[in-house]
Write a protein of this length. Structure first.
Length: 213
């Protein structure tokens, strides 16, 4: 059965923000005397829960209280650069290429996500747009995706998710959805291909793969 609904990831997928994420991450690490990472290392190591990624780079355990403060530092730095960050080069063409319904699910703050999406010319494009509902949430996407589809009234079996992380693939699997992973975001392509999930180098290719599932 063809998948009729497409759920887009935002950060690192439709939004081309890897450079800003790495810069904000390095500002966060620097605030506690940690070392910096480059884009390649970030793509190899980033994962959720984000606290585990931080602990690996800093080579020590991160308490919940410390992560809350680091999360605040990261997002303060990210906000400063967000207004200048463009969509991925083929994002608009890829959105138009999908023939079914579409929605957007992000781990960015919901109240800030809505204007970020609308300011990039995407108002009214998606059946639903959801961001993260809590102030501190570096956790997994699966629960958010289940709530998102529940609000839409669409079963996972009718959906395909396009995202840039292994967590996106895991979230899709948790609700019975399919997934296509995009190499232009936060995760090294080798890690993405190791999942066995279809992988695309462009968003247009991702939509083509999604339509064929």
């Amino acid at each position: 059965m063809a998948r009729t609904h497409l759920v887009w990831d935002w950060n690192g997928t439709l939004l081309d923000d890897l450079t800003l994420v790495v810069a904000s991450t390095n500002q966060t690490f620097a605030s506690i005397g940690g070392r910096s990472v480059d884009s390649d290392e970030h793509r190899r190591r980033f994962r959720r829960p984000v606290s585990e990624f931080y602990a690996e780079i800093l080579e020590r355990a991160i308490s919940d209280e410390e992560f809350e403060e680091l999360d605040r530092i990261f997002h303060d730095a990210y906000r400063l650069g967000l207004t200048t960050i463009p969509l991925a080069a083929d994002a608009e063409a890829a959105i138009k290429a999908w023939s079914g319904t579409q929605s957007l699910l992000s781990m960015w703050f919901h109240d800030e996500l809505i204007p970020a999406v609308e300011s990039r010319g995407l108002a009214g494009v998606f059946a639903r747009v959801d961001g993260r509902p809590t102030e501190v949430d570096g956790g997994l996407k699966a629960g958010h995706l289940a709530r998102h589809l529940g609000q839409l009234g669409i079963p996972g079996s009718q959906c395909v998710l396009i995202g840039d992380s292994v967590d996106d693939a895991d979230a899709a699997a948790s609700v019975g959805a399919a997934a296509v992973l995009y190499t232009g975001g936060f995760t090294d392509p080798v890690r993405l291909r190791a999942t066995g999930i279809p992988v695309a180098d462009t968003l247009l290719e991702a939509v083509t793969l999604a339509a064929a599932l």
